[in-house]
Ligand binder design. Structure first.
Ligand SMILES: [Zn+2]
Length: 299
């Protein structure tokens, strides 16, 4: 009963669509996963675990990607929080363009084709299931539409029952069906992990010079997770500094995170020097003037 409501909650969720969609969220996070330079010259063409297909701008970039294949696969699997992708296919961008326009594979959602070889009439829905379905479709006034809708829901529910009987189970968090032997689906695992990292970051923001041992008093985390949170915060503030920020808060945050020193242990000069090391050499003239002025005031 409950599972049927869940199934219908998101409209007519076809089984597996979400799982597939979630795998493809990598496309939107590609820049973060491989970094802006690689992301600028490569594109994801297809993701079908255990394989990912990428395209690269030209033969130099093909070479570059090949040489760094291990590192890229690791970054991808770090994103998915599991060994999801172990193989990489590679093609030149021009070829991929042809392929893409003729068959938009990325957007094609695969679901187990069970109607073809399973006798759906042998799967019997319970009275409860039928009642819920009837209640749903009774709101529709057009009879033809009502029948169509009813049949779609019934067949969707039958597929669900079939899959549940054949090794599929629900993600405990988002309830989608999957055949992965884990409590949560790939996306939920990723989201849970991100929530955890963000909580650690919140803690570190409160005490930016905090060290791992002390952080553990406030939040239960592994050293790797702590290091990841720390790294992301350092990148965040260094990025501000790199792009010319002269905010005292940004500069002190970066300095405290990097040195683990308390604000009273740092001098303005120390902080400025540290930040200048990380400042882009390509800032606009105006930004540069602003920085020089700041330097003048402090010296
Ligand atoms: Zn889930």
């Amino acid at each position: 009963m409950e599972s049927l409501n869940m199934c219908l909650a998101g409209g007519l969720d076809e089984l597996g669509i979400l799982e597939k969609f979630k795998l493809n969220t990598l496309i939107h996070h590609w820049r973060d996963v491989v970094g802006p330079i690689y992301a600028g010259h490569t594109r994801i063409i297809d993701i079908k675990p255990p394989k990912i297909v990428l395209s690269a701008d030209n033969s130099q970039w093909m070479q570059e990607v090949k040489m760094n294949q291990k590192r890229i696969l690791k970054a991808i699997n770090d994103y998915y929080q599991g060994e999801i992708i172990t193989e990489m296919g590679l093609m030149m961008h021009r070829q991929s363009f042809v392929k893409e326009s003729s068959s938009p594979e990325i957007y094609h959602i695969e679901m187990p084709d069970i109607e073809g070889y399973i006798d759906m009439s042998k799967i019997i829905l319970s009275d409860d299931d039928i009642n819920v379905i009837d209640n749903m479709v009774n709101k529709i006034s057009d009879d033809t539409l009502k029948d169509t809708f009813r049949n779609v829901i019934i067949s969707s529910r039958k597929k669900e029952i079939y899959l549940l009987e054949h090794g599929y189970h629900r993600c405990e968090r988002c309830r989608i069906l999957m055949n992965r032997a884990t409590k949560h689906c790939v996306t939920c695992e990723y989201e849970i992990h991100r929530e955890h990292i963000n909580n650690i970051k919140r803690q570190i923001r409160r005490i930016p010079y905090i060290k791992y041992k002390e952080c553990c008093k406030y939040i239960n985390c592994t050293f790797d997770d702590f290091a990841m949170a720390m790294r992301e915060l350092i990148y965040f503030y260094l990025d501000k500094v790199y792009h010319g920020s002269t905010s005292r808060n940004h500069m002190y945050m970066a300095a405290m995170l990097i040195t683990h020193k308390k604000p009273e242990e740092l001098t303005d000069q120390h902080v400025i020097n540290l930040c200048n090391k990380h400042r882009s050499k390509f800032l606009s003239e105006e930004k540069q003037k602003e920085l020089n002025m700041l330097k003048g005031i402090l010296e």
